[in-house]
Structure formats: C-alpha cells, structure tokens
Design a protein around this ligand. Structure first.
Ligand code: PRX
Length: 649
C-alpha cells in the first residue's frame, strides 16, 4: 500500500492532478445536480462550445415508453467542421491533431496538423463524392489503424454520409453480413494492414466478402504495397482517384438528429446489431466526456490504444479528442511487438500525457514483469484510464503502482457502444478511487439497480444496471430495426434503458460492474454474443449442436468455452478440433477463436428442450459443487458425463 492510500481501500486522488483542473469534488456535485435538475440549461451550455449553423432551441425530447430519443433536434451543425475546420479557422491550423506511430518502431512517424487534417479530409471527401457517395449513403470502412481511417470517418461526416467501420480483425463473412445489413454501396479499405509484424489481407478479405454481396465501388489505400487484385470498374486506388480532386469541400449542414454512424455490436441473440448514433447529441456527449473525464489540457498528448473499429476508437481516438482540439496518438501495432515494452516505449517517445487502455492489455503486460516499464521514462504521464471490462484490483494496483508510480489517478470508465461515451467513472480532480470500481455517474446519468423482477434497489445493493433518463450520446435505434432496439434495451424493464450488465453499488455510492448478465461475453475487451459463436459452429457439416459460454481467463478476462455435439457418424479428433477452431475464425474472425472445445454426446436440457446454460457455465468454470437443481433435466446423466469430461481436460 502506498502513502496515497488509506486503510479502507480507497486510493486518494493526488493533489497534483487537482491543480489546474476544472473539476473539484464540489464542482462535480454542483454540476451533477444541475445536469439532473436543470438538464436543458446544463446541456445547452455544453452544446454552446460547439459551432452550430443553427442553434438548438429544443434541448431534450425523449421518451422510453414509447421509445423516441431526440436531443438538440432543431439544431443544425456539422461534426467534421467542429472537429477540424473550426480549429483551423480559429488560428490553430499548426497544432498537431494526430500523431501516427507505425507498427514497426523504426517506421515513419507521421504528425498531422489540424490544417493538414483539413486538407486530407477534404481530399477523401471529394474522392468519395467522385465515387458517387451522397448524403445519407452508408460507407463501410475496413481499414488498418492508420490516419486515413480517421480521414475516411471525418470525410463521411463532412458530406453527410453514414460511416460503418468494421474492425480489421473481422472475417469476409462478417464484412458481407454488415455490408448487406445496412445496404452499403461503398467500401474504403487498404491493400493490407500491419499488426505485430504480420500482414493482414484487408483487400483480399473485402474481395472474398464481395463474392457474397455487391457494392458499387471499393476505394483502396496503398499502405504496405502488398500485391492485391483490383477489379476493373469497381476497385480504385485512393492515390489515383484523389489525384485531381478539388481542394475545397464545404461541410454539409446536418440536422442534429441526422445519422452520423452505424457500429455493429454483439447482443445475446441473433446477428450483430447496427447501433445508430446521430450527429448533435453524439458531438456534445463526446466533447463533454472527453474534456471532463480526461481533464484534457491544451498541448497534451492523449493516447487511446483502442482500434477505430470499436466505439472506444470512434469516441476517444477520433471525435472526442478532435472536438477538443487535442493531440491524439494513433498506434498501428500491438502491445507486445517487437517486445513487451512497446506501450511504454511509445509513451516515452511521444511524451504521452494521458494513456487509456484495456484491462486485458494491463494483465498481459503485468505478467511480463515491471522491468519493461521501468526501463522507460514515463514522467510525461499524468493520467491513466481503463475501459472495456471490469479491471481486477490486482491489475489496477499494478497499473497504479508500476505505470503510475503510485501517484497517477486512474479513470476506470464504464460505458458501451450504445452509450456513445463514458457513463460511470471517477473524475480525476474530484473523486478518490477504489480499485475495481468504476466510480460515480457522469453528468446527466441516472443509474438504477433493479432485481430480476424489476423492483428498484436503493442504497448499497447488487442488481441489474439500468439508466432511467436519456443522455445526449445515447444510441437512437438499431439501423433498420427499431423494434429490435426497443425489445433489446427497453422491454426487460419497461420505461428504463437496460444495459445488460450486473452491478453493485456500495455504501459510498460507487458502482462496481460485475459483468454481463445476458448471453454476451467479453473476451479481451471484445464483446461477443455466445449465439454468434454457436451459429458459426453449427454451420460446420460435422456439428449437430453447440452451446457456448464464457469462463474466467487470466489474461482475456473471459475465454470462449464451446460444448459441441457431433453428428452420429463423426468421431472426435485433434484434427477436427483444429478444424472447428479454424472454422469459427473464418466465420467471425480471430477474436472469436474458441479456447476450449468440449465434445459431448448431449447437452443438459429441460424436458421442454431448453439448454440449461447455468449448468454449462458452472462446469466451464470448474465450479462443479454449485450445479444447483438438476432434477428438471430431461436426462440428468448428461451432467455427470460433462463434469467427467471437464475434469479430464
Ligand atoms: O460489460 C460492460 C463492459 O463492456 C460492455 C460494453 O462493450 P462494448 O459495447 O464493446 O464497449 C466497450 C467499450 C466502451 C459493457 O456492457 N465494460 C466496458 N467498460 C467497462 C466494462 N465493464 C466494467 N468496467 C468497465 N470500465
């Protein structure tokens, strides 16, 4: 325990972080109260920091029953103007917007000023226009972690197109499904990506996806220079098509509720949902959360290690930082290449001030020992952040003590793709921290815990986490399927947004997220529906049935445990195990690779045929003593066979 800590398990906020910050505990309390009691005035005040073509006069207009969510609805703005042009016009064109650190540490670093960013975004926007993209069209972006990925997002926003970014680790099948779902006619990609020295065949994946669905055009960035096939009439090299485009491109005026982007995310049932975010509310929410949560100060270098393919990258690599005229670092690589010190080497090299990463990375690096950290000068670091999954107190302490030298505040930020930005966190100048707790609600956020029947739980309690009021960054719908949006988030507990997470609130009003309570698992901070992995497995001709659950994993947080019943004439074998793993990778992508395949002649089912997942989870967790009542099973003997099978592995 360090000096900064007291005996109760709290970690005091350091006084150094308070100096110069806009938000003390008293500020937080006053602002939070105002954000609830006088919500419209509060949010109008936050919105005021942005440039509006027409100022909004109606601030919040929402209902959870029936579900209709609007913020700033009569306002008109363009988020790209606010993230880029506004700063150039104000004389900050020479400030650095993005720093690009390539996968190869000896590769070329790129520093992109706001003026250069403006020129690049205009070039991309005019190229998209040349391809025929117009306002309201969906543009799929399947890019490596290079600045052109951000240019493409901002270019879409500039011309009013809706971007749908797909993480570069997804398979051709996953790309095809997403392109088809939102009827996207354009794809922006690169020849190849680079991660940890390995080449990722992005263009080849797009080609394979386009065997199943068709688009009007594909724009291809030359990145590695690797050989790729180009289909005449459909595929265009970016450097060729952009060569003669105009150097100006006005920002399209957008209604606040015009769609900004679709981002696919996994749920407990069915295929991934296209979560839709709109323009004005998302802009205000990412600008405000970034400013307060990271206590950003002019000139600082902010590094979020996420990929732009996830919501964290959307909100805290691209929109939040740029709306605040911050300098954001974009890293192409991985934490352990060429060695386990890469994160810390990059922090030192670019004098990073604020560092935001995921618990899975912290746990993986912690295992490699502190020597990798201490050999670098990390004195520029001022604030640390965590996101994506619960951080276990051991990892929190290592992060705090080894990376943060026992001094730096950590913001453990709880949020979701659907929330657009941070919802529960401590604020660095305002709150003491408790390792493992996300902390307190952000401005405007009203969390509520309910039991399984929907009874509200007050005070210190544990239950299912709901949010009772809307906030500006809330997702508005599931693209093309509003009923699914209503069903998924607002039907479990009527009149409330249900997060899908379990949570405990302690006697100090701090929130401790306990993990998903639905059939969603969180593998290395990546959200995955067990149903998706099951669907992939049963597509294999030898598989008759599959049930997938999560189990605790030291590094990944949760691993993927698959129970598989083979067709009667098929024998299990190591070759088949390898084949099934490869099959899931092909169907979804490497992030869905099963950790365990457990072949079983049968699954535990009730007499009505429902698979008892509770039992499967316990067996996967090796918690055989707590299987509970198995008397309702059609064949209780199945459980003994499964337990025996688990013991043998
Ligand atoms: O279970 C929660 C977990 O990640 C889920 C959201 O995943 P996704 O939409 O992919 O967004 C991840 C990045 C915002 C949540 O339902 N989660 C996220 N952050 C935390 C967390 N669990 C605990 N603590 C967190 N800080």
């Amino acid at each position: 325990m360090t000096e900064a800590e007291d005996r109760s398990g709290w970690v005091k906020r350091p006084t150094a972080a308070i100096e110069g910050t806009g938000c003390t505990l008293e500020d937080y309390q006053a602002l939070y109260a105002r954000s609830i009691e006088d919500s419209d005035t509060f949010w109008a005040g936050q919105a005021d920091r942005l440039d509006w073509i027409k100022d909004p006069t109606v601030i919040a207009n929402w209902s959870y029953d029936p579900v209709s969510i609007k913020w700033f609805e009569d306002g008109v703005l363009n988020i790209c103007h606010n993230a880029v042009d506004r700063h150039v016009a104000a004389g900050h064109g020479a400030s650095t917007a993005l720093i690009f650190e390539p996968d190869d540490p000896a590769g070329e670093v790129r520093r992109i000023t706001y003026a250069e960013l403006q020129a690049e975004v205009i070039r991309m926007a005019n190229t998209l226009r040349k391809m025929g993209v117009t306002k309201g069209d969906r543009v799929t972006i399947y890019m490596p972690m290079v600045p052109e990925g951000a240019f493409a997002m901002l270019a879409c926003a500039r011309i009013g197109a809706i971007h749908s970014v797909i993480f570069g680790g997804f398979s051709p099948e996953a790309i095809a499904g997403r392109v088809e779902d939102c009827r996207s006619d354009w794809i922006v990609t690169a020849d190849e990506g680079l991660r940890g020295g390995k080449r990722i065949p992005l263009k080849a994946n797009v080609d394979a996806a386009l065997d199943k669905v068709s688009v009007k055009a594909v724009l291809v960035l030359r990145h590695t220079g690797g050989e790729v096939a180009m289909t005449a009439g459909r595929d265009h090299w970016y450097h060729e098509l952009s060569a003669d485009v105009a150097a100006d491109c006005p920002c399209e005026p957008m209604q606040a509720e015009d769609p900004l982007f679709i981002l696919y995310t996994s749920g407990s049932t069915g295929k991934p949902k296209g979560v839709l975010h709109t323009t004005g509310g998302y802009a205000v929410w990412t600008e405000t959360t970034f400013r307060h949560v990271f206590d950003y100060r002019e000139g600082e270098v902010f590094w979020c290690t996420a990929d732009i393919g996830w919501v964290t990258g959307h909100s805290y690599i691209v929109y939040g930082p740029l709306l605040n005229r911050a300098t954001a670092l974009m890293f192409e690589g991985v934490p352990n290449y060429p060695d386990h010190d890469r994160f810390w080497q990059v922090c030192d090299k670019h004098q990073v001030n604020i560092f935001y990463t995921a618990p899975t990375a912290i746990r993986a690096l912690m295992r490699e020992g502190e020597g990798h950290v201490t050999k670098h000068d990390l004195s520029s670091l001022r604030l640390l952040g965590s996101v994506g999954e619960p951080i276990n107190p051991e990892a929190w302490r290592w992060y705090h003590d080894t990376v943060g030298k026992g001094e730096l505040p950590i913001v453990d930020t709880w949020w979701q793709t659907e929330t657009g930005g941070v919802m529960i966190t401590t604020l660095p100048g305002a709150h003491d921290m408790k390792p493992g707790s996300a902390g307190r609600p952000f401005f405007g956020i009203c969390p509520q815990l309910v039991d399984a029947e929907g009874e509200v739980l007050d005070g210190a309690a544990e239950g299912n986490l709901c949010i009772t009021r809307s906030w500006p960054g809330q997702a508005r719908t599931v693209y093309g399927d509003h009923d699914r949006f209503v069903q998924t988030y607002f039907s479990t507990y009527s009149g409330k947004y249900f997060t899908g997470d379990g949570c405990r609130r302690d006697e100090d009003g701090y929130y401790w997220i306990t993990g998903r309570v639905d059939d969603v698992i969180n593998v290395s901070g990546h959200r995955m529906g067990t149903a998706e992995v099951e669907s992939a497995l049963v597509l294999h001709p030898n598989v008759s049935e599959a049930a997938v659950v999560g189990f605790p994993h030291d590094i990944k947080g949760q691993g993927i445990y698959c129970y598989v019943t083979l067709n009667a004439d098929v024998a299990e074998s190591e070759d088949l195990t390898a084949e099934l793993r490869a099959h899931v990778r092909k169907e979804i992508g490497p992030i869905a690779t099963p950790d365990h395949l457990h072949f079983t002649p049968g699954l535990p089912k009730t007499r009505s045929g429902k698979i008892m997942r509770r039992i499967l989870r316990k067996i996967a967790e090796n918690d055989h003593g707590a299987l509970g009542d198995t008397s309702t099973l059609a064949d209780p003997g199945v459980v003994d066979a499964l337990v025996e099978g688990r013991r043998n592995r």
